[in-house]
Unconditional design. Structure first.
Length: 304
């Protein structure tokens, strides 16, 4: 089982203003500057963060580290900072002309609805800045994947695999240090794996004979938080995750093929082994079965 880290009661140093969840930074004796983020009860946010973290690890994708944790009577996750001293994280909304927005804990502001956060702007930015934005620090390139754009292709493939629906303009960015700029590792995957569904609905999707209400139909509906170009008088829907990956695959076909080859090497037992390590107190058997099937279906969709 994955360890549940105990965050000392007196740990809170200063709060994190971004987002809508309770969170704070503290100095961990082993991990250094670390963020504690509470998962909303009944949402599966905590186990979703941990499972996707472990999936990114076996895929070889640069990612933020997440551990299951508890602070006082609050269940959450902890994540050591991936922004070193003397550097700063610049979010996508500052890079592609979007809004700089801060959400308070008692509002439901969604960066998801920033319609200027288009796929074409993101891809154009990464292409035009390829000479000075480097791949994430400590990420070893491999055949077919060498640039920041190549790495970002892996992020979008990962989003399809885990059914991530939260790649909004503050869930990707770059890290700036003096004259060097690096793509940030992928982070914040708590809105993936269908973690918000009830067990009743999960069970229904896995057992129904209605193809339109099945888990196979469900995985095809996962949307990114990037938008297509559209006239100003039209309110478009965010691109489906798979459609977004297909678009970036046209721009970087070699990188896409390289990441797909890595995905193909991951077995159903590899996936199951990660899910089974989530403590029983955090995840039901129905949620485990549903998550495993979701990942297998999306892996097949990508490889096919």
């Amino acid at each position: 089982m994955f360890e549940i880290f105990r965050v000392p009661d007196e740990s809170a140093e200063f709060s994190e203003q971004m987002g809508t969840k309770f969170k704070f930074w503290y100095q961990d004796e082993q991990l250094g500057l670390t963020l504690f983020k509470e998962g909303r009860p009944g949402t599966g946010e905590n186990w979703a963060e941990k499972i996707t973290c472990e999936l990114a690890q076996i895929l070889g994708l640069p990612h933020a580290q997440y551990e299951l944790a508890e602070w006082r009577d609050r269940a959450g996750i902890i994540s050591p900072t991936f922004v070193p001293n003397d550097t700063r994280l610049i979010h996508g909304n500052e890079l592609v002309g979007g809004k700089v927005t801060v959400a308070s804990q008692d509002t439901k502001v969604r960066f998801y609805h920033e319609r200027e956060h288009t796929a074409s702007r993101v891809f154009q930015f990464l292409l035009q800045s390829s000479d000075y934005i480097m791949r994430p620090q400590n990420f070893q390139s491999f055949s077919g994947v060498g640039s920041a754009l190549d790495t970002f292709v892996g992020y979008l493939m990962f989003d399809v695999w885990i059914a991530n629906q939260d790649r909004h303009s503050e869930n990707w960015g770059v890290i700036k240090h003096l004259n060097n700029v690096y793509l940030a590792p992928t982070y914040d995957h708590g809105s993936s794996l269908g973690r918000q569904e009830t067990d009743e609905r999960r069970n229904s999707m896995m057992t129904t004979k209605d193809k339109g209400a099945s888990i196979e139909a469900y995985v095809r509906k996962a949307r990114s938080a990037m938008y297509p170009n559209s006239p100003s008088n039209i309110k478009p829907k965010a691109l489906l995750n798979l459609d977004l990956f297909i678009e970036v695959k046209k721009i970087a076909p070699v990188a896409a093929a390289a990441w797909l080859s890595r995905l193909e090497m991951i077995s159903a037992s590899d996936i199951k082994g990660i899910i089974e390590r989530i403590p029983e107190s955090h995840m039901s058997d129905v949620a485990r079965d549903f998550t495993h099937k979701l990942l297998i279906l999306n892996q097949e969709r990508l490889l096919n």
